[in-house]
Design a protein around this ligand. Structure first.
Ligand code: NAG
Ligand code: NAG
Ligand code: NAG
Length: 139
């Protein structure tokens, strides 16, 4: 079983119950934008989107969280709706989890697993992020 097959298999399993998102196989000079559905108009309740962006060997995806405005807890600072980014899959290292933080916002890895989650109530503007492929001699 090669890596490609393994990742595609994990991707399929992870995407059960998902409304939106997608798999992006990024070529070495590509870039793109990932945003919440209908951004900059408000997103819907009960949304789960998962994207998986994969760079070729020797490259990484560098993603910048350009704007993010999602529902927070009424009184606290916790996030009710959120964007979560992990290093390749749902069980790998957490690289980002937030609802309104664009500080120190560049996330980089060869595979970025990105989840957008919204609960059953209250909407907001959403998020937009831009990614590009960078040469990464460490990979
Ligand atoms: C992601 O995982 C790979 C493989 O385990 C590792 O080499 C790399 O350093 C990790 N990247 C980050 C940003 O955690
Ligand atoms: C961003 O990271 C730098 C270096 O780690 C740190 O000095 C700075 O305070 C951080 N800024 C914010 C807004 O978190
Ligand atoms: C925003 O994100 C940066 C980088 O992950 C982190 O250092 C900082 O503490 C966060 N700020 C808030 C207010 O959570």
């Amino acid at each position: 079983m090669d890596w490609k097959w393994t990742w595609l298999h994990i991707y399929r399993v992870l995407f059960i119950g998902v409304n939106c998102g997608g798999y992006i196989e990024a070529s070495s000079d590509s870039d793109g934008i990932i945003h919440s559905p209908r951004y900059p108009s408000n997103y819907d309740d009960n949304v789960v989107c998962i994207w998986l962006i994969e760079a070729q060997s020797g490259y990484s995806i560098s993603l910048s969280m350009d704007e993010i405005q999602l529902e927070k807890e009424g009184t606290g600072s916790g996030c009710v709706d959120f964007v979560e980014i992990r290093n390749g899959s749902s069980i790998q290292t957490l690289l980002y989890h937030d609802c309104d933080n664009t500080s120190n916002n560049t996330i980089q890895a060869r595979w970025l697993w990105i989840k957008f989650y919204t609960n059953y109530v209250t909407s907001n503007k959403g998020f937009t992020s831009s990614w590009r492929v960078v040469r990464d001699p460490c990979i």
